[in-house]
Design a protein around this ligand. Structure first.
Ligand code: PGA
Length: 280
C-alpha cells in the first residue's frame, strides 16, 4: 500500500506565499503556527520588561500565529503581568522533574503555573550538552509538565558530526521516542516538538528549507508509528537554528514545519516581529 504521511495532506501550504489567496489557505491549516522566542541566559528583568513591552505593541494584531516568549526565570514574574490580556503567551526554559521539595535550584511546576506560564522548553541541545540531560530525564520532565497543565516544547536535533556520519534520522528518532516515552497519545498530541540541528544553532548556518522539511517529515513518520496518523497530524513541529526574518517565510512554508523556535533573533523586537510577520 502506498504510504501516506501527513505532510501530503497539506499540499496547499506550498502556495501560502500567494498573497491574494493566502488568507483562504491559512483557514485550511490544520496546525496553527507557533513561534517562540528562547531568550536563553540573556536579558535582565528590566531588559526583558522593555523587550516584551515593545512586542506587545508591535504584535497586537497578530492572530494567525501563537506567539510565545521564554525569558529567564528571574524575569517571568514581571513579564507575566505585562502579557496578561495580550496575545503573547509565556514560556519557561526548563522545569524540574519533581514537585515542591528539597531540590535546590530547581523550579517546580506550581511556581510556573502561578505566573500563568503556558509552555516550557525541555531538552534543548544546550542542556543536553552542558547539563548532560538525557532523553529519559526529558521524558520525566515532559510528563511532569503535562501533569501540571504546562505544554512542553521538546527539542531534538543532530550534531554536525552526526549529520556528516549520515545518522541524522537514527539520532532524531532515538531522541523523539526517548523524550516522549511514557506520554499518552493525548499528551503527545499537545506537545510541541522543535527540530533544531545543533550545527545551525547560533551559528548563522540555517538548514535549507528542504533539509529541514525532510527531517520534519521524518519526525512525523516516527510519530505516526508511535501513536497513529490522526495524532501525528496534529503535533506541531517547530524548526530552530538561526531563524531570522529573511529565512522564516521559506522555512515556515514547508508542509511539516509548523513554526519556529528562535534564539538570537528573538532578543530584539525588530528581528522577532519580522519573523512573525513573515510567517503569516
Ligand atoms: P538561534 O537559537 O536562533 O540563535 O540559532 C535557536 C535555539 O537555540 O532555540
Amino acid at each position: 500500500m502506498e504510504e501516506v504521511y501527513p505532510g501530503r495532506l497539506f499540499p496547499l501550504y506550498a502556495n501560502r506565499a500567494v498573497a491574494n489567496v493566502s488568507v483562504l489557505l491559512r483557514m485550511d491549516k490544520e496546525r496553527k503556527l507557533i513561534v517562540a522566542g528562547n531568550w536563553k541566559s540573556n536579558k535582565t528583568n528590566s531588559e526583558a520588561v522593555a523587550l516584551v513591552t515593545d512586542l506587545i505593541r508591535e504584535l497586537a494584531a497578530v492572530k494567525e500565529v501563537d506567539v510565545v516568549v521564554c525569558p529567564a526565570f528571574t524575569a517571568l514574574s514581571d513579564v507575566s503581568k505585562l502579557v496578561l490580556g495580550s496575545n503573547i503567551r509565556l514560556g519557561a526554559q526548563n522545569l524540574s522533574d519533581s514537585g515542591y521539595g528539597a531540590f535546590t535550584g530547581e523550579i517546580a511546576p506550581g511556581m510556573l503555573r502561578e505566573l500563568s506560564v503556558r509552555y516550557v522548553i525541555l531538552g534543548h541541545s544546550e542542556r543536553r550538552q552542558f547539563q548532560k540531560e538525557s532523553d529519559a530525564l526529558v521524558a520525566k520532565k515532559a510528563a511532569n509538565a503535562h501533569a501540571n497543565n504546562l505544554i512542553p516544547i521538546v527539542c531534538v536535533g543532530e550534531t554536525l558530526a552526526e549529520r556528516e556520519a549520515s545518522i541524522t534520522e537514527k539520532v532524531v528518532e532515538t531522541q523523539v521516542r526517548g523524550s516522549l516515552a511514557g506520554l499518552t497519545a493525548e499528551q503527545v498530541e499537545s506537545t510541541v516538538l522543535a527540530y533544531e540541528p545543533v550545527w545551525a544553532i547560533g551559528t548563522g548556518k540555517t538548514a535549507t528549507s528542504a533539509q529541514a522539511q525532510e527531517v520534519h517529515a521524518f519526525i512525523r513518520k516516527v510519530l505516526v508509528s508511535m501513536h497513529g496518523e490522526a495524532i501525528a497530524r496534529r503535533v506541531r513541529i517547530q524548526y530552530g537554528g538561526s531563524v531570522k526574518g529573511s529565512n522564516a517565510r521559506e522555512l515556515l512554508q514547508q508542509p511539516d514545519i509548523d513554526g519556529a523556535l528562535v534564539g538570537g533573533a528573538s532578543l530584539e523586537s525588530k528581528g522577532f516581529v519580522e519573523i512573525i510577520k513573515n510567517s503569516i
